[in-house]
Design a protein around this ligand. Structure first.
Ligand code: 1DF
Ligand code: MN
Length: 352
């Protein structure tokens, strides 16, 4: 008793998709936007907004992204969040050239490690990396896990319009599997080849474009055979799986139909149906989807050990949503899994 979260006794709430940004990175975002050298229309749309807008939303988010101390912890206390799994906000370093991305990933990880050291009961870190240089990324992931105590990897979807289905990135998957930490495949705005109709309609961001981009990314990793190559690799998806759980049946049917008909010579048969990887290798978090029918559906089709709570702080900091999440019908044991023990198991927090 006596600490700030002692009012929770049935379960601790661990929020698993919570973002931060080093001030240096936000400055470099502004420089990149101003330079005219950026070739990513999604980056321009999202960070043009957040770094240029004086709206209440943008102001709050920019301020809170940079805080890993009093304000963030006060916000957690006010909403009953015991612990945040903190990751570098999207697109992190993945928008930059390789050299910039590498040094900035190290800087971001060191800043996050300092915060975890200051608040070990409240924060656990995910490792940022620069997929632009897969060998460096693998090495940085290893440093973060072995030396800094981080418990997973954050990949903010495409890296300069390329995806992890491409074998050139598989060193990253190999490192995560070997270190027994999950990869959190967080959204980015859709890549250059995908974004245009979404952008024209104002749908490129978190409203929908994020899910199109990130669901496609995860699915393409499965169909490329990433999980046959790395069977113990765990992938975390926010937003209740970026719509993929709803597609389980049809993904199996159509994937098998394409394979049997040899429609795409580059698509190779998989050891298991697509749905098996989504059930076994993939974990989903709610991040801004505090909606009972969708949560219960995911628990039913993926299993209740694979569905975890996330807030998506500071992008969706809404106290009533925590209360709504508490109210989703499930038994007491299942609720403890949802808020606490699934996250402890997935991110290996027992030792922390
Ligand atoms: C937004 C949403 C931005 C999420 C994010 O990172 C983000 C947004 C830049 O609303 O613009 O992580 N989200 O996960 O929903
Ligand atoms: Mn997010």
């Amino acid at each position: 008793m006596g600490d700030s979260v002692s009012f929770i006794d049935a379960y601790r709430r661990i929020a698993t998709e919570e973002a931060f940004a080093p001030p240096e990175m936000l400055r470099m975002y502004r420089e990149l936007l101003a330079s005219g050298r950026n070739d990513d229309p999604g980056f321009m749309s999202m960070w043009g907004f957040y770094s240029g807008s004086r709206s209440e939303r943008a102001t709050f988010i920019i301020e809170r992204l940079q805080d890993l101390d009093a304000h963030r912890i006060a916000d957690m206390d006010a909403t009953g969040i015991s612990m945040q799994v903190v990751s570098l906000t999207s697109p992190g370093v993945q928008v930059f050239d390789a050299e910039t991305a590498k040094s900035l990933s190290v800087l971001a990880n060191d800043q996050l490690a300092d915060a975890v050291r200051r608040h070990p009961q409240r924060f656990v870190g995910l490792a940022a990396c620069a997929p632009q240089d897969p060998a460096h990324a693998a090495q940085e992931i290893e440093r973060c896990v072995r030396t800094l105590g981080f418990r997973g990897v954050i990949i903010n979807s495409h890296t300069r319009h390329e995806y992890l289905n491409d074998a050139k990135f598989w060193e990253i998957c190999e490192a995560a599997e070997a270190l027994d930490v999950p990869i959190y495949l967080h959204p980015n705005t859709p890549s250059r080849g995908m974004i245009q109709p979404l952008l024209e309609r104002g749908l490129d961001g978190a409203i929908y474009g994020f899910a199109v981009e990130t669901g496609m990314h995860a699915l393409s990793m499965i169909t490329a055979g990433v999980f046959d190559r790395f069977p113990k690799l765990k992938l975390v998806l926010g937003h209740l799986g970026e719509a993929l759980p709803f597609w389980l049946y049809r993904l199996d049917y159509m994937h098998q139909a394409s394979i049997r008909a040899n429609r795409y010579p580059f698509l190779k048969p998989l050891r298991q149906p697509v749905s098996a990887y989504l059930r076994e290798n993939v974990y989903v978090t709610t991040s801004g989807m505090p909606w009972a029918p969708a949560i219960r559906f995911c628990q039913e089709v993926l299993g209740d050990t694979h569905v975890l709570y996330a807030m998506d702080y500071p992008y969706q900091y809404v106290a009533a949503e925590v209360a709504a999440s508490d109210e989703v019908p499930m038994d007491a044991e299942c609720r403890r899994r949802f808020f606490q023990t699934n996250a402890e198991a997935l991110f290996g927090l027992e030792a922390h």
